[in-house]
Design a protein. Sequence first.
Length: 359
Amino acid sequence: MTTSRTEDLNVIRIEHMPSPDEIKAIVPLSDAAAATVEAGRTALQNILDRKDHRLMVVVGPCSIHDPIAGLDYAKRLKVLADVLSDTLLIVMRVYFEKPRTSTGWKGFINDPHMDDSFCIAEGMAKARQFLLDVNELGLPAATEALDPIAPQYYGDLIAWTAIGARTSESQTHREMASGLSTPVGFKNATDGTLDAAINGIISAAAPHSFLGINNSGESAIIRTRGNGYGHTVLRGGGGRPNYDTVSVSLAEKALSKAKLPSNIMIDCSHANSWKNADYQPLVMKDVTHQIREGNTSIIGVMIESFIEAGNQAIPEDLSQLRYGCSVTDACVDWLTTDSMLRDTHALLREPLKERMKSA
């Protein structure tokens, strides 16, 4: 008997997807990009190990939908990153996959033309090209790991990875994180609790064996050594922010109880800004104040930022899209971003050096 009567009953068709090797042959890693990735990862690890006094800043669009506007933003950010590099380690947020609460645009890889044509192979190649372009500027990149197969296609171009609030509790994503070559930030759950993130850090630090694909696109058993650079990201949830002094203190105690390093990153967006991008500068000011007042556990921040402020719905006529404006969560604009980072640099330049001396 065949199994055709009992399998793939809801599958319309199965199409060929180029292997990671095939995509990498189209968009090969350059020496310049590899140097940026390596330097970014080393710097991030040194911050987590308290060998580098700087604050890591993951900043950029909520999602990439227009590579031209995205690269325009990256060039601006690179100039600013160089100016502020003695105090801030700036990493560009480059998100291609968007988890949806129900339905909606799933991101550039899944649907690069934003018209439900789902040209995933094309999206993957263009996403890799974008990452290559950003790294060749000398700007390291960060992303959220959502699809467990995707890192095989572009993981060599990523310096920092987030595991999102919806997936921190997922065994699949914890296993994947254990094999990633980057530091990994686990976000607290959408209800605001920390258990999923803390357990995710512990799980990802351990060796795992799981199903995946190799660079040839073949099914494979992936065996990992574990990732020792997991840390928690506070993004608020359950109807309230958690960037305040009390919430940070509670997170410190929870990490200590779990015998984990007290490395905390604050996401200035999402529930911490009540989903209002205009509040992100206020969150950043509060976090900066905590560090100036002696906090030693906050090692980084995240900011959703693009060229233009706010966000926009995806129109049927894509020519009507506003240039440099998010199609997912709202962002602060470039002028606000520039001001936020310059102000933070000025306020933390000396306190971060002093914090390093007392570490």
